[in-house]
Design a protein around this ligand. Structure first.
Ligand code: GDP
Ligand code: ZN
Length: 366
């Protein structure tokens, strides 16, 4: 069978480098496979099946349609999602996802169903670019919500202010957004004039996603970054057994290196249990609170409140504190819906990943 050649020379799947494979993944892959599978990256998920891009010889890739039965799990958080690295078994018996490699990062949202379980939208994302159009007043609360979600996933957020050709004062908006986004680079771009697009391209290495309100300019940027030819990646070759003609439209290599994940789910993403992320979005408030006289200061009218002092001194906009409170409340409500079992699972995962600080926080919350 054609695929036997794939397993024979797949010690290092060089063609997968364009899809984000790195030497660090070699050992991880070896630890989850029994030797009969090949490494691949999930580029699209279906019910019970998914498309996985695998190396096809030394210089090409192909996409296989794999059964996810062996990795089925009652917890939707553990199901394959776009961006996952997988061990795929290809034989006369069929094409199966044998195992998933541990995720470095995960973008999560609460599922649409009544049950409060989370759903992973994209895995192993390095940069979450948040697109905000400069043709209107920026909605800072919305930006902070996206930032919380981005930080929470483990990825690095990047602010991309789009349509600079329509902006009245792009610099002023950039400064305002910078205030709402400590620790985050803020770029100003225009797909129309090309302003800032080279810098944006240079900022996107590894695995990237674009999020933001509808109309913010995400598709236009994606098309500009990808160039047209990249939209249709690899036509199927060979006998077609175990694969089908497809493109990897939802996970695409960028010409300058790295990949872009663009799925309908990622586009409509909301916030899900992002307490850790919120601390990072509002890191300056967290830092000020260290100097409050009382450990449990709520920053209303307590004596010796460093946060209120900063507002009175004009160092911290009142809007930031209001937004912080609002998002913390919203997040507590979302978090309260997660059942204890899921939380325990998450705790285990986080401990395994060594994110002890956050694991302790979840444990405290109960
Ligand atoms: P999405 O919903 O976030 O994917 O946004 P789109 O990429 O579809 O863009 C929404 C609208 O903004 C479209 O009509 C685009 O042509 C327009 N647009 C996108 N980027 C720019 C830009 O840099 N300058 C201008 N003037 N218009 C843009
Ligand atoms: Zn205080």
């Amino acid at each position: 069978m054609r695929h036997s050649s794939v397993s024979a020379d797949s010690v290092y799947p060089r063609p997968l480098e364009a899809y984000g494979w790195s030497t660090e993944l070699d050992d991880i892959f070896t630890s989850v496979t029994d030797g009969s599978s090949v490494p691949g990256r999930v580029v699209r998920v279906d019910r019970g099946r998914c498309d996985v891009v695998i190396a096809d010889g030394d210089s090409a890739v192909s996409v296989v349609h794999a059964d996810t039965g062996p990795v089925a799990d009652p917890d939707p958080m553990r199901l394959p999602c776009t961006g996952d690295w997988a061990a795929v078994s290809i034989s006369a018996a069929g094409t199966y996802v044998q195992a998933l490699l541990p995720r470095r990062t995960a973008m999560v949202r609460s599922s649409a169903s009544q049950r409060s379980e989370g759903q992973v939208l994209a895995a192993n994302v390095d940069t979450i670019a948040i697109a905000v159009s400069l043709d209107a007043e920026p909605d800072l609360g919305r930006i902070e919500r996206f930032l919380a979600l981005a930080w929470e996933s483990g990825a690095q957020p990047l602010m991309v202010l789009t349509k600079s050709d329509l902006a009245e004062d792009a610099d002023a908006v950039r400064e305002t957004v910078e205030q709402a986004a400590p620790g985050v680079d803020v770029l100003v771009v225009s797909a129309t004039t090309g302003e800032g697009m080279d810098i944006l391209g240079a900022c996107l290495s590894g695995t990237n996603v674009l999020v933001g309100q509808s109309g913010a300019g995400k598709s236009t940027i994606a098309n500009a970054l990808l160039g047209r030819s990249a939209m249709d990646v690899q036509k199927t070759r060979g006998d077609g057994k175990g694969r089908h003609t497809t493109t990897t439209r939802e996970l695409m290599p960028l010409p300058g290196g790295g990949v872009l994940i663009d799925t309908p789910g990622v586009r409509g993403v909301g916030m899900y249990d992002a307490s850790d992320g919120l601390q990072q979005v509002f890191s300056e408030i967290e830092a000020l609170a260290e100097d409050c006289r009382f450990r449990d200061c709520e920053h209303f009218a307590e004596p010796g409140c460093a946060v209120v002092e900063a507002i009175e001194d004009g160092m911290l906009p009142q809007r930031r504190l209001d937004s912080y409170r609002k998002l913390v409340r919203e997040n507590e409500w979302i978090a309260s819906r997660s059942d204890a079992r899921l939380r325990q699972d998450r705790l285990k995962d986080l401990k395994a990943q060594g994110k002890q600080g956050m694991a302790n926080m979840i444990a405290k919350r109960g």
